[in-house]
Design a protein around this ligand. Structure first.
Ligand code: HEM
Length: 377
């Protein structure tokens, strides 16, 4: 299904449920088993509230500042070694920052291994054969690691700050008043770490759009024009392709029969790139000046209401980190783009430029007039 009306139908909880909808290979890699994505009704709302409690403006801003700091530190070392910024080079930066933010201990000795595993969850989930097997192993290893961290938190060997993701998830109780089993808590903690590292995909697309559509580079990396630019990146570039739910009962909609128990796919990118969007194939950030505030029309990270529906709770983090990338790439880093194949490879998931987009960093620029930057949309 595609389009705002279909999206609204898809989020109608009287007709669709999530339990048992997602195929096992996706749950065994990308999502994990027993997490918020497969819950419905009251159980879902309670678990979702846990994620939403992590997304205050202050907390999101704190993560954005951590990412910026880690990124600038990394660039200094790349520049001295004349290295380049690539998709895979951004991921350890995001991993270091989000672990610090979430209060998840990550020693420098284990950083490479843990980051590789977390990346495999979203970068290899749709691979076939060996790639898929690697993602399954990465999921098992990551859950074991984080389940141990949860247990150590509950026994007091790790003492995270109250507002941190680790403390919130370790202390969360379900409707029966029980703490989450450590493995499920690990799945939920990974639901914070994994997608934050996956913002690397959108960061690559920010860099790609700056290069490919220079006439649209915002005048300032803050304020409304920056927000419009990153929103258009989220609309224009393909990322999370489709969602899946299962019908609770039989019904007809627009002449189509939906039998009970049928799996139904909602095409996210198709919804962002077809009517009622005008000239959807054009990259035009200014379309967001007067785009209607419709909960089902612009759905790169799902639709509906953040608290009530399954819509991604991490949208504020995603926007904030994309704006960090925009700011660094437009005002803190002097770089050039060597010749490379910039065509988007839609055969891989997530889609990326064929070259995975790399830039050569010439030098860091002094921090200028953007000191009062704020990362919120
Ligand atoms: C990389 C950019 C991101 C993309 C493309 C993305 C995309 C999505 C999509 C499509 C959904 C499913 C919505 C639905 O089922 O209706 C989702 C759900 C979710 N996302 Fe994100 N997301 C991103 C970043 C984040 C971040 C940064 C976090 C947390 C720090 C996050 C946490 C979650 C969680 C916990 C869910 C499940 C929500 C639920 O089932 O109620 N995501 N995301």
């Amino acid at each position: 299904m595609r389009g705002p009306e279909a999206a609204e139908l898809f989020y109608d909880e009287s007709r669709f449920k999530r339990r048992g909808a997602m195929p096992e290979p996706v749950r065994a890699t990308l999502l994990g088993k027993g997490g918020v994505q497969g819950l419905d009704d009251e159980a879902h709302r309670l678990r979702k509230a846990m994620f939403m409690s992590l997304m205050s403006d202050e907390r999101v801003e704190k993560l954005a500042r951590l990412v910026e700091r880690e990124w600038l530190k990394a660039i200094s070392s790349w520049a001295s070694e004349e290295e380049v910024m690539r998709y895979h080079a951004i991921q350890p930066i995001l991993m270091r920052a989000v672990c610090k933010w979430a209060a998840v201990p990550l020693s420098s000795a284990e950083e490479v291994k843990r980051t590789r595993d977390v990346v495999a969850l979203f970068d290899q989930a749709a691979a076939l054969g060996l790639g898929h097997l690697k993602a399954r192993i990465a999921r098992r290893r990551s859950e074991r690691w984080l389940a141990a961290v949860i247990e150590e938190t509950r026994t007091g060997r790790i003492c995270p700050a109250n507002e941190s993701a680790l403390a919130v998830v370790a202390g969360h109780r379900d409707a029966s008043g029980e703490l989450l089993p450590p493995r499920i808590a690990a799945v939920e903690l990974l639901n914070v770490l994994r997608p934050t590292v996956a913002v690397s995909v959108y960061i690559v697309f920010v860099a790609h759009a700056l290069h490919r559509f220079p006439e649209n580079v915002p005048e300032s990396a803050n304020g409304d024009c920056a927000v419009r630019f990153v929103q258009e990146v989220r609309r224009f570039y393909p990322f999370f392709p489709a969602l899946i739910a299962r019908t609770r009962r039989a019904f007809r909609w627009k002449g189509v029969a939906f039998p009970k128990g049928r799996q139904v796919l909602l095409d996210l990118h198709g919804t962002n790139c077809s009517e009622p969007w005008s000239d959807p194939e054009e990259f035009r950030p200014e379309r967001f000046i007067d785009a209607p505030r419709d909960l089902f029309m612009f759905i790169p990270q799902g639709g509906g209401d953040h608290h009530r529906h399954h819509r991604c709770p991490g949208e504020p983090i995603t926007l904030a980190l994309m704006k960090v990338a925009l700011r660094l790439l437009t005002s803190r880093i002097a770089y050039h783009v060597p010749p490379q194949n910039l065509r988007i490879d839609r055969t891989r998931l997530p889609a990326l430029p064929m070259s995975q987009f790399h830039v050569s960093i010439d030098r860091l620029l002094p921090d200028g007039a953007n000191d009062d930057a704020t990362w919120q949309s």
